[in-house]
Design a protein around this ligand. Sequence first.
Ligand SMILES: Nc1ncnc2c1ncn2[C@@H]1O[C@H](COP(=O)(O)OP(=O)(O)OP(=O)(O)O)[C@@H](O)[C@H]1O
Ligand SMILES: [Mg+2]
Length: 291
Amino acid sequence: MDLVTVINPKPQNEFVETPYITSIAERGLRYIKKGFPIHLSGPTGCGKTTLALHIAYLLGRPVVLINGDEEFSTSSLVGSQSGYRKRKVVDRFVSRVYKSDESMTKTWLDDRLTTACKHGFTLIYNEFTRSRPEANNIFLGVLEERMLELPSASDDGNYIKVHPDFSAIFTSNPEEYAGVFRSQDALMDRMITLPMTHYDEETEIAITQAKAGVPRSVAKKIVTLVRKLRAADVCEFSPTIRASVAIARVYDEGDKDWFEQTCIDILSPKIGKGDKGDVDPAGIIRDLIAG
Ligand SMILES: Nc1ncnc2c1ncn2[C@@H]1O[C@H](COP(=O)(O)OP(=O)(O)OP(=O)(O)O)[C@@H](O)[C@H]1O
Ligand SMILES: [Mg+2]
């Protein structure tokens, strides 16, 4: 049995709103309300998925979430004619079943994209460039002509008209990331891309404080350290807000050695050992802590 999980968007726990976040969310919302799909693009940990969910919450429509995957084919997005199948649409998040049709019928099996297009839901297609570009061709017609092409065996005929309330929020990491495909220009051309970068310092402090429940002074100390490391140009991977939150979560007031140790554990892997193994991540981190 295939499930299409429909999320009823609600405010996210400990969601932090600062001028930077409000500004991107408002721009995104304005474009969507004028009928444009939006695309949040930026490095790992910059807040794309969180913001996509937030914009979806502001839109107030049920949400269908897809995570991009190399294994995806078009049939995993729109469904396939596969004989007698059970169909069920559940709402896992509010334990209220949105629609349930368990009758064993030989019908077109609605899958996620089809469900969202038909009912006018918000589709969040997270990390869409992890899917092969061919699998995403189906979006060309959905986004431009607002028609979803279905395999001919479907009961609905060859096309369904996309519901006027349907909207799409895409997220992606830049092309240089491992496991990411270059998207077709025609698809990119149909969306409005909002580039994101790591949050500004105030936003990072506010998120660290909120997610770890530490005083502002502690959040500030940690965020300053992580930002210094990010700026130092010694990292293989930029440390993200996730590192600040992790260090803050295990923080123990008064235990300086533990603080240093957790910073080394959490941040060293970002630095790497250098091409010749001659880099000393722990030393770099100790120096940064010492100021
Ligand atoms: N506005 C916010 N308020 C509270 N927490 C946030 C906010 N934005 C991001 N975060 C937190 O920061 C972390 C990174 O955010 P998120 O997962 O959205 O990033 P991402 O860009 O989707 O990363 P990835 O590319 O790795 O999927 C998460 O733990 C998230 O909960
Ligand atoms: Mg994400």
